[in-house]
Design a protein around this ligand. Structure first.
Ligand SMILES: NC(=O)c1ccc[n+]([C@@H]2O[C@H](COP(=O)([O-])OP(=O)(O)OC[C@H]3O[C@@H](n4cnc5c(N)ncnc54)[C@H](OP(=O)(O)O)[C@@H]3O)[C@@H](O)[C@H]2O)c1
Length: 255
């Protein structure tokens, strides 16, 4: 019996929890507001799901998914996560997270920053470069001809292998993108980031430009990614995108 802990039970967390349950894995969900606030979520997920505090979710998980706004990383329970393989789905958006000089200058990647806080854990960056809607849409059983691949990065090869085995059970192939220092290759607005999983990438780019213009004009950011069925992205294509991309620091990005 395996258990996947979740710190963050929002859009990404709940979609990954559904895939885990479908694969026969128990899930322990947590958020910032406490287990009571997750009653509906765990009822919808079914009997393999329970709600807990972040500390309890950390201790319960054979792996733990961290899927929170990056700005909340200092609150992650480092002691309870010690020794764990932690899958980090987070991305850095200064407009949402505030600014971090070490990230703005490229001194660290966002996953290196979290790894510094979780010094006893083995962080693997994963699921940060796919839109939430494409997690259920593109998951396929192992060996399916139209399987989609996701890049992963981490400093511990055994943790990366363990994360890859989990991600395979959840429905995706993986491509090793290197260490956490190299994980900039699939941070926001790089070539492998979100767009190539869209069936209609032009519609996403248009929405992103609109969002950027709203943010720069000080307007409420209402532009949303379009609904999209997704398109399978094979491992070879992910490898090419990772190899060819340039680094996108926040100053070079739309937002
Ligand atoms: N949405 C996407 O398409 C997508 C794709 C790839 C990567 N990501 C990244 O993945 C992360 C999560 O995205 P999301 O869309 O799932 O966000 P979301 O729907 O806003 O969910 C965020 C979750 O984090 C929880 N949280 C916030 N602060 C916390 C804390 N201190 N301790 C424990 N839990 C805390 C929230 O709980 P409360 O509601 O109780 O505060 C909520 O359950 C973000 O970094 C995002 O940039 C998102």
């Amino acid at each position: 019996m395996a258990t996947l802990g979740f710190i963050g039970s929002g859009s990404i967390g709940t979609k990954l929890a559904r895939l885990a349950i479908a694969a026969g894995i128990d899930v322990v969900m947590s958020n910032s507001r406490g287990p009571e606030s997750l009653a509906t979520t765990v009822a919808q997920l079914g009997e393999r799901a329970r709600a807990a505090t972040p500390q309890e979710a950390a201790r319960a998980g054979d792996w733990v998914v961290v899927s929170i706004p990056l700005s909340a990383y200092p609150q992650l329970p480092a002691t309870d996560l010690a020794g764990k393989v932690v899958l980090d789905t987070t991305n850095y958006y200064p407009v949402r997270d505030g600014t971090f000089e070490v990230l703005d200058t490229g001194k660290l990647t966002s996953s290196e920053l979290i790894q510094e806080h979780l010094s006893g854990s083995k962080l693997v960056k994963a699921f940060n470069n796919i839109s939430d809607q494409h997690i259920p849409a593109l998951a396929r059983p192992s060996g399916a001809a139209d399987r989609t691949a996701l890049p992963i990065a981490g400093d511990d090869p055994r943790a990366k292998a363990s994360a890859a085995a989990l991600i395979d059970r959840l429905g995706f192939d993986t491509v090793d993108a290197g260490t956490l220092a190299e994980s900039w290759r699939f941070e926001p607005e790089t070539d492998p980031f979100v767009v190539p999983y869209f069936a209609d990438p032009a519609a996403l780019v248009a929405a992103s430009v609109e969002l950027s213009e709203q943010i720069r004009a000080g307007l409420p950011p209402t532009a949303m990614p379009p609904q999209d069925p997704g398109v399978p992205l094979p491992a070879d294509r992910v490898r090419t995108l990772l190899a060819e991309t340039t680094r996108k620091l926040p100053a070079d990005r739309l937002y």
